[in-house]
Ligand binder design. Structure first.
Ligand code: ASN
Ligand code: ZN
Length: 332
């Protein structure tokens, strides 16, 4: 059959009305994005690609099974475009191949995850199947697990586990800022739009990780010799905090209407270098310098090397990288 590239119209629960790449296969449209390596959305129940007759997808409510697929497809699209346009990276593995996104995994399942084995991510529908975990930051987070596996391959335990998780939070946040959607105003909170606990509390706060006292328990604001014993979603804290400080600086700040208050371990103020530079430094550190066993001291070295490459050794941005690590108790 002849397949044709289309741009469908979808209504997601989290992203509202969006354009999504679709493919006409015979006389049925498929949620397959041929312009992004055939990234595709599947329904986990049937294990089939999501299809439609008129190329108008979802109605923004969880009752319509296409709605979560629209958000997942949009998240995959925005994550692809972020890495492609900012870093020239063609997809997760950098080989132009799109990943699959499975929606409606489980029943009332409150999680989402990446699997290297299937080169795919899977999203639960949240409590009462009402709040699917298909927000932009979660999509960016899960796909970034694939990028980490394809690059530094940080082992998912000990300090490298925390760095692996932080990398996903950092890039998920960067995807949110890149998209800059009025429906999902970008912030340094993780999964706030999915409202996973139904209490309006985000899963994680990058400005002050010790506020994440939900689910897994509080994350750490500062590195300590015990960091390596924590779950990666808690040991990510010092690196998430480093990224926030490097981007925005310490103290109180309101960004896009969200109030932040970021402390420092040494009490010294840090001035941010901007989120784009901070993101560029982290991406280069991840893809050029980090390895599977990189620890926090190694992440400091890797980000300093990346900053030296990008901005020059001794530049203000280079110096701020060192200051932001000192502010989360990572020294030399
Ligand atoms: N949603 C979680 C994550 O991507 C799943 C996990 O615990 N690995 O971090
Ligand atoms: Zn993760």
């Amino acid at each position: 059959s002849v397949e044709q590239i289309h741009a469908g119209t979808g209504t997601g629960q989290h992203n509202g009305s969006v354009r999504i790449g679709t493919t006409l296969n015979g006389d049925v449209f498929e949620l397959v994005d041929a312009e992004r390596g055939n990234s595709a959305a599947y329904d986990y129940d049937t294990r089939e690609v999501v299809t439609d007759d008129d190329d108008v997808w979802g109605d923004g409510t969880p009752a319509d099974r296409q709605t979560a697929a629209v958000d997942a497809a949009y998240g995959a699209q925005q994550t692809w475009d972020f890495f492609q346009s900012r870093y020239g990276r063609a997809g997760i593995a950098g080989d132009g191949v799109g990943a699959r996104s499975y929606v409606h995994v489980g029943d009332g399942y409150v999680n989402a995850y990446w699997s290297d084995a299937c080169f795919c991510m899977s999203y639960g529908d949240g409590e009462n199947n009402e709040r699917p975990l298909t927000t932009l930051d979660i999509a960016g987070h899960e796909m970034t697990h694939g990028i980490t596996a394809a690059t530094a391959d940080l082992i998912y335990s000990g300090e490298s586990g925390g760095l692996n998780e932080a990398t996903s939070d950092i890039m998920g946040t960067a995807v949110e800022f890149f998209t800059n959607s009025p429906k999902d105003v970008p912030d340094y909170l993780i999964a706030e739009k999915a409202d996973v606990y139904g209490t309006g509390v985000p899963l994680r706060y990058m400005d002050q990780p010790s506020k994440d006292d939900v689910g897994y328990g509080a994350s750490q604001d500062y590195w300590s010799k015990d960091t390596k014993y924590l779950d990666p979603h808690q040991s990510s804290g010092p690196a998430n905090h480093f990224f926030y400080l490097l981007s925005e600086g310490s103290g109180k700040k309101t960004i896009n209407g969200v109030r932040y208050d970021s402390p420092t371990a040494d009490g010294k103020a840090v001035s941010g270098i901007g989120r784009e530079s901070a993101t560029d430094i982290w991406y280069r550190a991840l893809t050029v310098y980090m390895t599977s066993t990189t620890d926090f001291a190694g992440a400091r070295t890797a980000t300093l090397q990346a900053a030296a490459d990008l901005y020059g050794m001794g530049s203000a941005k280079y110096e701020t990288v060192g200051n932001a690590w000192a502010a989360v108790n990572v020294g030399y």
